[in-house]
Design a protein around this ligand. Sequence first.
Ligand code: BTN
Length: 259
Amino acid sequence: MSLTAETVQLKLTPRPVRFYAQVDSTNDLAMDWLRDGASSGSAVIADEQVKGKGRLGRVWYTPPGTALIVSVILHPKREHLHQMTMLGAVAICEMLEKLPHSFSGHETVPEWHVGIKWPNDVQLNGRKVSGVLSEAAWEGDNLRGVVLGMGINVRIDFAGTELADNAISIEPAFGRKLERLELLADLLGFIDYWYERLDEGALFDAWRSRLNMLGKHVTVQQGAIHGIAEAVEESGALLIRETNGNIQRVVAGDIALGS
Ligand code: BTN
């Protein structure tokens, strides 16, 4: 089934959903809806996104028919705010990790390594398959809610683009046709699962255990910090041990392997 207003509604009912053929940014539409009183779990989904917002002010463009573009409205407690992006990344990993289980015992499963590149890039076979951007809505000091935006490459063709070496899409890697509607339903199911269990404290471990650069030599591109990615804090901050033994605490940025 293709992704349309009708199929999305049918598949996800009773979740409140809004589907658009084309948007500037699902995060912006979800933020408006949040401020209009949307309940937790409400989701904005689009087929094409032309001014998608990425981390660190980047643009996230998605051609029609090629990706999962979704922003979920959540109403976490203030103390769980820092875990919203982690929640998105872990849920995306779980959606991806489930896929090879559809192969039967005698079929060859394609290469399929799912991991998180700090802070929250989901990687498949070492390449970025998904990005997460959460944005909080405040009313003075009160947290009004959060928009958890996720973009997942399903069948974007990166060949010949500047992203060719670093980005990947699920479908060609998987080698079988995938239904975006099914992926979406799975993803939202994993988000609900973790959202309901934030008080239990297990999300942090689920995130940390998937980080693929811990213990390795990394460089933080912003600020020229080099060293061993030694640990992460519950807040999500990365602790890097430099060669002189100093620990640098990094709260935002991009890391790359090596020096
Ligand atoms: C990143 O830079 O890695 C984060 C990218 C997040 C993109 C998603 S797509 C759905 C949602 N709407 C947006 O405008 N951005 C997020």
